[in-house]
Design a protein around this ligand. Structure first.
Ligand code: HDD
Length: 719
């Protein structure tokens, strides 16, 4: 147990975790209480069992003699209320669940470290950026937004990207998403947005999906959401891996340096593995094949030592520059194009440790956008301002107590001292009577407690904003917030042809699930302000007469397209971090399989052997175990596939739907298919046609795991 002291230093994470380890926290009794000669220290070590296992006790330290049978009045009689072991066990179990997050309930977390790679003291006094090499521990939680805690990992949805940096000047929480803009401009609309997107109130479905009437009804009536909708309908919302998606702080924040000078800053996390997404058909199939696809991917990568990394980038600009832009930098539905203000890399984050316990860490972690450190400040973005209240508030209903900051995953790793006292689940034991300030107890030699620190403490930045008159109380939106379409157009026109087709198809799919025709039509009428071609494609796809263009509060302008907005233009042609499925069967050539595995591993990828049976299979040159059985390991789980089969086995597999589908899907999802001569019959059955991505096994390493989008028109109608 962390030693309570009057300074209320935070328990370090290690100490706090130790406090719940069996055997810790016991008073140092020396008397014998167990078997002859057995001390508490022996008991803690589980000396009695001789195998290192601790004694099973209840929560108050009483040993259990029998954990299989409750105490009963006679062999066939009722259970006795007296059975305190049974009562405690069931009581605790009954209360295991806590309320899930109202949004972002489904999440996956990991520990890591952040390191500053470029000191920027001229921009911020934040201690973490004072010197190159400064580092701090981090905890990251990735999430979907709409679904419940047990929902699938791969719905079309925004992904949360929340980072807690445990710095030496306190916790800094950068609670962002994998999309740099948001649906709404003002926090007052957040409850409406969330009600509309979650399962519909009367019927309780759909789970984890935006493809339903109430969501699109809200969106159609909210033109400010159109930019975000372009991102949400793009492949950004069906990422291949958390490890391959960008993160964004979304809002304009403020850097403040030691001289008190402030500048706007936008935060970006850039994945070292590059960007990569799945296709929609693939995402749907993954949901069935592995509902935990992204969680498993993160866990397995870290467990294998393939630590995911992101560079932290910043865009810096001042009030003067901001005032000249055709949009307001305080509007969270807008980006600052990277071509206007380049992203400078200042640090790197590495996730290098999986959680020990999902509930204690990933579930109980509480992110607060209000957690900033000296050198980083808020801005007047009305969405951010509302968030500053909401997150603190929600933790009380989720975690049940104002002392949620004492839960190890939430506690800062630097000391904290104040006069806040008591409350439910207080675990600190402050000493002395100084629980108020000012006090003069020190004059009598007593502990007087901590004091404020004007030199190093947090001071709020005062913005010199000529456009704002703080003497007025107004419920208005600043004029510049009115342009809802220019950046939506910028995004759409920055995509490749294939990506544009994906956006159009996603809109058709989603709107086809909307039951009210006027809702569909209203959304399409807004799309006309973004791009006429897009609106026409979507209307065609829905067999809808093209509705009149919706009036725009402000006519959109054409902005210069930007490559940074496309995924396909930012894929890295590397095998690192990718998974390759290798299909084999009886009689396959072991040496060829080993060779291929070696090549994949050498390039940083992970080979995964798939066969009709998982146990040992007789192959040429020995026996080989598969990592997965064919029907349970469809090709949607891999970035590329390869097959090493004898013709007789390929012929047999050509009659197996799972095998044919394996190649059909890989082909339809534009993946590399590397094959040996023997597989030919199976490829023909799956209608796989030769192209640059369908290659002999020997050429696999040179082609790699990148997608072959040029194939797409052959496998999908891109109209
Ligand atoms: Fe939020 C959770 C991201 C707007 C209210 N939000 C939450 C999480 C992320 C975001 C990543 C999950 C944190 C975790 O893993 O525990 N939210 C955003 C972003 C926003 C945003 C990037 C816009 C730029 N959020 C937003 C608004 C409000 C909230 C405007 C309310 C006014 N968000 C919440 C919340 C949650 C939350 C209800 C649910 C659980 C939690 O906070 O801890 O308070």
């Amino acid at each position: 147990m962390p030693k309570p002291d009057s300074s209320h230093d935070s328990p370090s994470l290690d100490n706090a975790l130790r406090s719940v380890t069996p055997g810790q926290g016991q008073p140092p009794f020396e008397d014998n209480i167990g078997n002859a000669g057995e001390t508490h220290q022996d008991i803690a070590k589980g000396a009695d069992h001789g195998d290192g296992a601790a004694h099973l006790t209840d929560n108050f330290g009483h040993r259990l003699a029998d954990n299989q049978n409750s105490l009963r009045a006679g062999e066939r009689g009722p259970t006795l209320l007296e059975d305190f072991f049974l009562r405690e066990k069931i009581f605790h179990f009954d209360h295991e669940r806590i309320p899930e997050r109202i949004v972002h309930a489904r999440g996956s977390g990991a520990h890591g470290v952040f390191q500053c790679t470029k000191a920027i003291p001229e921009l911020t006094k934040a201690s973490i950026f004072r010197k190159e090499g400064n580092s701090c521990p981090v905890f990251v939680r990735f999430s979907t937004v709409a679904g419940g805690a047990g929902s699938i990992d791969t719905p079309r949805d925004v992904r949360g990207f929340a980072v807690k940096l445990y710095t030496d000047s306190g916790n800094w929480d950068l609670v962002g998403n994998n999309i740099p803009v948001f649906f709404i401009q003002d926090a007052i609309k957040f409850p409406d947005l969330v009600h509309a997107v979650k399962m519909e109130a009367d019927r309780g479905y759909p789970q984890a999906a935006t493809a339903h009437t109430t969501f699109w009804d809200f969106i159609g009536l909210m033109p400010e959401s159109m930019h975000m909708i372009m991102w949400a309908m793009s492949d950004r919302t069906i990422p291949r891996s958390f490890r391959m998606m960008e993160g964004f702080g979304v809002h304009s924040f403020r850097f403040v340096n030691a001289k008190g000078e402030g500048r706007f800053v936008k935060f970006h996390w850039k994945p070292v593995l590059g960007l990569e997404s799945t296709s929609w058909d693939e995402a749907v199939k993954i949901a069935g094949a592995d509902p935990d696809f992204l969680r498993r991917d993160l866990f397995e990568a870290i467990a294998a030592g393939n630590y995911p990394q992101w560079d932290l980038g910043v865009q810096i600009f001042d009030e003067q520059w901001a005032a000249q832009q055709p949009y307001d930098v305080l509007d969270a539905t807008k980006i600052v194009p990277e071509d206007d203000i380049p992203v400078q890399i200042i640090g790197r984050m590495t996730l290098n440790r999986n959680v020990d316990n999902f509930f204690a860490e990933t579930e109980q972690v509480a992110f607060l956008p209000s957690n900033v450190i000296p050198g980083i400040d808020f801005t007047n973005d009305p969405l951010l301002q509302g968030r500053l209240f909401s997150y603190l508030d929600t933790q009380k209903s989720r975690l049940g107590t104002t002392n949620f900051h004492q839960i190890p995953i939430n506690a800062p790793k630097c000391p904290f001292h104040n006069f806040q006292r008591d409350g439910m689940m207080q675990t600190l034991v402050p000493t002395g009577r100084a629980n108020y300030e000012p006090n003069s107890l020190a004059e009598a030699g007593e502990e007087a407690g901590p004091r404020a620190c004007p030199e190093t403490g947090f001071t709020s930045f005062t913005a010199n904003d000529e456009r704002n008159d703080p003497s007025q109380k107004l419920r208005v939106r600043a004029e510049l917030f009115a342009d809802h379409y220019s950046q939506a157009r910028l995004f759409y026109r920055s995509q490749t042809e294939s990506e544009q087709a994906h956006i159009a198809s996603a809109l058709v799919f989603e709107l086809s699930k909307v039951e009210l025709e006027h809702v569909r039509a209203r959304v399409v009428s807004r799309l006309r302000n973004i791009d006429e071609d897009l609106a026409t494609r979507v209307a065609d796809g829905l067999a809808l007469d093209l509705p009149e263009k919706a009036p725009a509060a402000k006519e959109p302008i054409d902005m210069k397209p930007s490559d940074a907005l496309s995924i396909q233009k930012n894929v890295k042609p590397i095998m690192t971090g990718r998974k390759v499925g290798i299909l084999f069967a009886e009689g396959s050539d072991k040496a060829a399989i080993d060779r291929l595995k070696g090549e994949i591993e050498k390039a940083g990828g992970t080979p995964f052997l798939v066969a009709p049976k998982v146990g040992g299979i007789k192959v040429k040159g020995g026996t080989l175990k598969a990592d997965g059985q064919l029907a349970g390991s469809p090709s949607v789980l891999f970035d590329a596939v390869a097959s090493i089969l004898m013709p007789d086995q390929a012929e047999k597999l050509a009659k197996d739907g799972a095998a044919v589908q394996w190649f059909m899907d890989a082909y339809a999802h534009c993946k590399t298919i590397a094959h040996c001569e023997g597989t030919k019959i199976l490829l023909d059955k799956a209608h796989v046609e030769p192209d640059e991505g369908v290659v002999p096994i020997e050429e696999f390493a040179s082609v790699g795991t990148r997608r072959h989008w040029a194939r797409e028109p052959k496998v999908r109608d891109l109209a």
